[in-house]
Design a protein around this ligand. Structure first.
Ligand code: ZN
Length: 70
């Protein structure tokens, strides 16, 4: 099972779980799924590659994952 890791934001000092951001828009993706499926697949992959974790509070990319001590 995959558990979300907590992070601390270097920008606003918020501690929480990261938000995943994707490139492009969901609307555009749906549009391509309706109009041209092959383009939609490429667009979907493109969005996934461009995804990154951001702070849920201030949407900054300056976050560090808190290491779990065993
Ligand atoms: Zn933040």
């Amino acid at each position: 099972m995959l558990k979300k890791k907590q992070y601390v934001c270097l920008n606003c000092n918020h501690i929480g779980f990261p938000k995943l951001t994707k490139k492009g828009s969901k609307k555009t993706e749906i549009f391509w799924w309706v109009v041209a499926t092959p383009i939609a697949i490429i667009y979907s992959i493109y969005r996934r590659i461009g995804s990154k974790k951001i702070c849920e509070n201030c949407e900054s990319e300056n976050i560090i994952v808190l290491a779990k001590k065993n």
